[in-house]
Design a protein around this ligand. Structure first.
Ligand code: NDP
Ligand SMILES: C=C(/C=C/[C@@H](C)[C@H]1CC[C@H]2C3=CC=C4C[C@@H](O)CC[C@]4(C)[C@H]3CC[C@]12C)C(C)C
Length: 544
């Protein structure tokens, strides 16, 4: 593998060490300016700061809040040393007699999951704060990263180099480690699968403190996705990259019933050569929009580039709804980065539940530039009553179902929860051959590499059912349906299933076997114990 950048950095200027090559170059430029008496503090967005691989690197756009993102660390050459510390901490756990189970030390409020991880208060915590992009191997099209690298870092790093991830989820704060140990999805998942399907290697610290490098030929590799950190500590991930083009040409097609949506969707997703991006939003049982996108090199002669994310503009889901209101299809050319970040400014549509005035043009004009609030910040300041509200009165769930169940799933959601918009995201599930992890080889597939079409129906928002809403009852009804049709629950939020039901939904055969042979069963709780709504941690931790 060719290392793209391993230069050792001193305090060139600014805070901490640069996080990536672009930051490094900006700092060098700033230092240069300071030496020549220039003004260091003015942000020069778009200024060419250097050249990597023959491409001009420009100072990044102003990040949210008008400020350039604060750098974290940049010392990929120290990766091995950092991993040694994790191994040492695991050895400490062994020496102390393995008294409690282990988990990462990442505070519960820092994560994008709405769960408050009370288990962190009672378990043996291991610091896995690994935030560096390690290397880009352009020959093999592999990006090696540490697990706490987030989506924003990946966008900043890959797009200027002309690459992207085949599956690049839409919220800046999501981390690679979280997406791999849970699951990740994007509007291109009907071509490439879930986030873990674009991974070709994991570096993992096992419960005996041994460091292993795993590929698909190793059974442990297949048990990491959906494990929620209960197999080992992930310390590096190899991700496939693909060439990117600067724009996405996006077609908006209004639909006027769930049936119409499911029919159009099925046709588009199962095409021999589907478009690169498919996404849908149902705003009610009788209105929705299906969006079909492809990469584009440049706008056509009569096309204008639409900048979706300018701070004063309506949020993407409102913008897309205009096509329904006008009862008209439409096509737009959108810069690639803005396409990926389309749901970031309004955290999908959850922002309106925290800031009800967020749609007012005056709010956007005056304060739009500070958006979005960090999910971590919202969780940090969350009071008990707000937590209760989100746990009892606010649905945050997604349901991954075989494509032929799309219509029925939307209808069940309407009956049980009536949350809108409903987010629709296509994906495929693979038969992974000899070793099948928590996701079973889908029906109809026989050989390794074969796949089946699925769709993720995601509900985020307050339920609007006309009958009194009972979260547990509603969720258990939907979960029962998922088990019946061979679907899966996203699990970044809570599950309301019993352990047996959860084991029925997710195949634990390989997971149990690997956890037994590696000692993970002794070292970590079962994933169920982390994601179950009813759990023992609250009581043990003596907190909310
Ligand atoms: N489009 C999408 O794909 C979206 C996905 N999501 C969801 O958000 C979640 C990601 O949130 P994020 O804040 O990044 O992740 P989290 O911090 O929530 O981590 C998720 C799980 O992964 C484990 N984990 C993370 N890193 C490591 C590691 N290095 N070694 C071992 N275990 C690890 C955590 O273990 P521990 O409990 O020990 O800390 C935790 O149980 C995903 O699960 C995803 O499903 C949310 C919105 C959109
Ligand atoms: C599943 C999808 C997207 C989900 C996001 C929109 C939600 C995932 C986690 C959610 C949140 C976590 C914690 C919060 C703290 C609270 O104080 C306020 C709400 C929230 C920010 C909440 C908001 C929605 C999420 C980010 C896709 C796949 C549809």
């Amino acid at each position: 593998m060719s290392t793209i950048h391993t230069k050792r950095i001193g305090p060139i200027g600014g805070y901490g060490r640069p996080r990536n090559d672009v930051e490094l170059m900006i700092r060098e430029k700033k230092a240069e300016r300071r030496e020549t008496g220039g003004d260091d503090n003015k942000s020069r967005v778009g200024e060419v700061v250097g050249v990597v691989g023959g491409r001009e690197i420009r100072a990044p756009r102003v990040a949210r809040g008008g400020a350039v993102e604060l750098p974290r660390t940049y010392a990929p050459q120290e990766h091995r040393e950092r991993v040694k510390k994790i191994q040492a901490r695991v050895r400490e756990w062994i020496d102390l007699g393995k008294q409690t189970k282990m988990c990462t030390a990442r505070p519960g409020w820092m994560t994008v999951s709405p769960r408050h991880a009370q288990y962190k208060k009672v378990m043996f915590t291991v610091e896995v704060d690994l935030t560096d992009i390690l290397e880009l191997d352009e020959d093999n099209k592999i990006l090696r990263v540490e697990p706490s690298v987030n989506i924003l870092q990946i966008l900043d790093y890959l797009l200027p180099r002309g690459y992207t991830l085949p599956v690049l989820p839409e919220l800046d704060e999501l981390t690679v480690g979280g997406l791999v140990n849970g699951y990740g999805i994007e509007s291109s998942s009907h071509k490439y699968g879930l986030f873990n399907d674009i991974c070709s290697g994991f570096e993992l610290v096992l419960p005996n403190a041994q460091l292993v490098n795993l590929g698909p030929e190793d059974p442990i590799f297949h048990t990491v996705p959906w494990s929620f950190g209960t197999v080992g500590f992930l310390t590096a991930i190899d991700l496939q990259v693909i060439p990117a083009q600067p724009y996405v040409r996006l077609k908006y097609i209004p639909v006027y019933s769930m049936r119409e949506c499911a029919e159009l969707w099925t046709h588009e997703q199962t095409k021999q050569v589907p478009v690169e991006f498919i996404e849908g939003m149902m705003y009610g049982p009788n209105e929705g929009v299906v969006m079909l996108g492809d990469f584009a090199e440049a706008p056509g002669p009569n096309e204008q580039v639409v900048h979706l994310n300018t701070w004063y503009k309506p949020y993407f889901y409102k913008h897309a709804k205009e096509f329904i209101d006008r009862r008209q299809e439409g096509t737009e050319v959108i810069p690639l980065r803005q396409y990926y970040q389309r749901h970031n400014r309004s955290i999908f549509w959850s922002l309106e539940d925290q800031i009800p005035v967020c749609h007012h043009w005056l709010f956007r004009l005056l304060l739009g530039w500070i958006l979005p609030p960090r999910v971590a910040f919202l969780k940090l300041i969350e009071s008990d009553s707000v937590t209760n509200f989100y746990e009892e009165k606010y649905v945050m769930q997604d349901f991954l179902v075989p494509l032929n169940c799309m219509l029925e799933t939307m209808e069940i959601c309407e009956k049980e929860i009536a949350v809108y918009p409903l987010w629709l995201c296509p994906h495929i599930m693979f038969n992974t051959g000899r070793y099948q992890g928590k996701i079973r080889a889908p029906q109809g597939t026989e050989k390794e590499g074969e796949y089946a079409h699925y769709v993720d129906v995601a509900a985020v928002g307050p339920p609007r059912v006309t009958h009194p809403f009972d979260m547990t009852k509603a969720m258990r009804t939907v979960e029962g349906y998922l088990r019946k049709v061979g679907g899966y629950q996203g699990n970044y939020s809570y599950t309301y299933q019993t352990r047996e039901e959860y084991r029925q939904m997710f195949d634990h055969t390989l997971y149990d076997e690997v956890r037994k042979t590696t000692g993970a069963a002794e070292a970590f709780p079962e994933s169920y114990d982390k994601v179950a709504r009813k759990n023992q941690w609250k009581k043990q931790a003596g907190t909310r």
